[in-house]
Design a protein around this ligand. Sequence first.
Ligand SMILES: Cc1ncc(C[n+]2csc(CCOP(=O)(O)OP(=O)(O)O)c2C)c(N)n1
Ligand SMILES: [Mg+2]
Length: 371
Amino acid sequence: MPTDVQSVLQPDGKVKNGMLPDLTDDRLREMYRLMVLTRAFDDRGMNLQRQGRIGFYLPSRGEEALQVGCALALEPDDWSFPSYRMPGFALARGVDPAMMLNQIFGNAADTCRGRQMPVHYSFREQNFVSISSPIGTHIPQAVGAAMAMKYRGEKSVAITFMGDGGTSSDGFHVGLNFGAVYEAPVIFFCNNNQWAISVPFEKQTRAESVAIKAKAYGMPGVRVDGNDALAVYAAVKDAGSRARNGKGPTLIEALTFRMGPHSSSDDPSRYRPDEVVEQWQKKDPILRFREFLTGKNLWDEEFETECQEGSKALLYAAAKEAEKAGPPAVETMFEGVYREIPPELALQRDGLVGLAKSGQLTGKDEGYFPL
Ligand SMILES: Cc1ncc(C[n+]2csc(CCOP(=O)(O)OP(=O)(O)O)c2C)c(N)n1
Ligand SMILES: [Mg+2]
C-alpha cells in the first residue's frame, strides 16, 4: 500500500529483522562519513553566506540520509536530474566538494562559469545534469533521457528529484504520465520534507500521500522513511532494478523534514512553530545511523573525529581556495553560445574587455542573486 512507510532502521538504530540491505562494513561507514560531510558542507555554506562571502545558500539539514542512501544505490553510469536541495547527493556521487564550492562562489574554476545561481550545480563527469530553478522543469527532461537510454539499449537509468511542492508542477504530471506510457527507465524521487518554503504539505495536495498518485499514472508508488538511509537505499535499488529490467518507472516518496530555513533568505520562525522542529530533531538521521553503526561495532570516537574534523578541515581549505580563484574573466560571458561569434557581439566583448583592462569594471558587490 502506498500509505505504508517502509523502513529498515528503527528510531533507536536497531535493524528490523531480515531487512538489512547487502552492504559491506566499509560501505556502511562510508554512508555515515558522507552524511557527516553533507551536514558540514551545509554548515560551511550557511556560514559563508552569513559572513557575506557568498550571495546565497540553501541548506538540507535533516535530509542527509535520503541523499546519500539514494546516491549509493545507483550505478556510476546512471543519470541524475536533481533538485536544488541535494548537496549530499552530489558528494555521494563522487563530486569533489571543491568543485561545488567553486560553483557557489561562481569563480573562474566553476563548471557553470559563474552564470548560474549558487547551488545550481552541473557536473558532466557524474552525469549530473544542471539543476533548474523553475520547479519541476527537469522532470520531463529526465524522462526524455531515460527514453533515449531505452531506445539505445543501454542499461542505465535516469533519476529525478522533486520536493513536495514540486509535485504540484506541470512538469511532475507530464513527466509521470509520459514516463509510464513509454515504460521509460526512470525513477521519480520525491523528497517530501513537509514544506515548500512556507506552504505545509497539507495545503499542497488533497491526496493522502504523494506515493498514492503513482497509481493513477500506472506505476508503483512507494513511501519510505527518508531519515533512514538504508530504507532509501533499498527502495532506490528496487526501483533501479525494475527500470533496468524493462519494467518502467517507480515513484518513491521519502518522508523527511526540512530542519533549517528554505534558504539563507528565509526565516521559518515566521510560519512554523519551534515545537515541530524539536520533534524532528529527535529523528536526526545521522544520530540514528550512528546508533546503528555502534550496534555493529563499526563506530568509535576516533572514527567520529575523523569524519567531523576531516570534513570541516577539507571544506574550510576548499572554501578559501575557491574564494581566492576570483571571478571568471569578462570575455567568458561571450563564449559557449555561438560557434562563430556575431560581429555585434564581438564589438560588445571588445568594449567590455577594454573597460575591464582599464580598471573601470570592478564587478565588486554586483550581480548577487538577492533570494
Ligand atoms: C515554477 C516555479 N514556481 C515557483 C518557484 C519559487 N520557489 C522556489 S523553491 C519553492 C518551493 C519548492 O518546495 P519543494 O518542492 O517542497 O522543495 P523544497 O524547497 O522543500 O526542497 C518555490 C515555490 C520556482 N522556483 N519555480
Ligand atoms: Mg519541500
